[in-house]
Design a protein around this ligand. Structure first.
Ligand SMILES: Cc1cc2nc3c(=O)[nH]c(=O)nc-3n(C[C@H](O)[C@H](O)[C@H](O)COP(=O)(O)O)c2cc1C
Length: 206
């Protein structure tokens, strides 16, 4: 038996809870931005995050409502996606608190920053990866805004690289699940895509 859920017959929050419980796990982009006057360095987690395009390299995140991150992105055209490793879970969550407008989460949460190479927003010094982005475009959808950012520079800590490639066991990514759940990566398996020339029938029959 399957249970049906009709978004039109449910409240916004009820369906939001269902959606965020079933679109899992979601990577967490720890997004740093800067106010237009460069007075306030902002930092906030966003789990509505993915790759949007390969060439050009574009990532996307969604702001639900209008927050400082979105305002800064619209005003400056820049942001940085800092990678969210398991060891920084409490710090990442601290930066999701609803601090008053203009208060720097770097300062409030005691997060060490470092300058970016190609954009003005600061990077999180302890994060193993930073993707420096220039805004490509934004799309408003209802109460949310999807921000597409062209990655103009990437930096990766040497200690998460194996043969020059980022290694998941060293990155230790965090992800967002439903409710207030967070997750770390469990079993990692290797399975190559099958060229049709090598097709040997459905997996269940082999
Ligand atoms: C793990 C986690 C993931 C989140 N993901 C999102 C998201 O995808 N979009 C969003 O608008 N807010 C998200 N939030 C909430 C924002 O981080 C929060 O509203 C924050 O205060 C926004 O800060 P700002 O006003 O400085 O931009 C998330 C919070 C947490 C803890």
């Amino acid at each position: 038996m399957r249970i049906d859920f009709d978004p039109a017959a449910m409240s916004r929050n009820e369906f939001y809870k269902l959606l965020t419980a079933v679109v899992v796990p979601r990577p967490i982009a720890w997004i740093s931005t800067i106010s237009p006057d460069c007075a306030s360095a902002n930092l906030a987690p966003h789990s509505f995050f993915s790759i949007a395009s390969v060439a050009p390299p574009v990532v996307q995140f969604s702001s639900v409502g209008r927050k400082d991150t979105l305002r800064n992105v619209e005003a400056t055209g820049q942001f940085v996606v800092n990678f969210s490793p398991a060891g920084l879970m409490a710090q990442i969550n601290d930066t999701g608190a609803d601090f008053p407008h203009g208060m720097s989460e770097f300062e409030a949460a005691g997060i060490e920053s470092e300058p970016s190479l190609r954009v003005k927003p600061l990077r999180v010094a302890a994060s193993p990866v930073a993707l420096e982005c220039e805004v490509h475009s934004t799309v408003g959808i209802g109460d949310s805004t999807v921000v597409f950012g062209r990655v103009v520079h990437a930096v990766v800590s040497q200690d998460v690289l194996v043969d020059g490639h980022p290694e998941v066991s060293r990155l230790k990514p965090l992800s967002r699940m439903g409710k207030n759940e967070w997750a770390t990566v469990g079993d990692v398996r290797d399975l190559a895509r099958i060229p049709y020339a090598d097709w040997q029938g459905p997996a269940g029959d082999r």
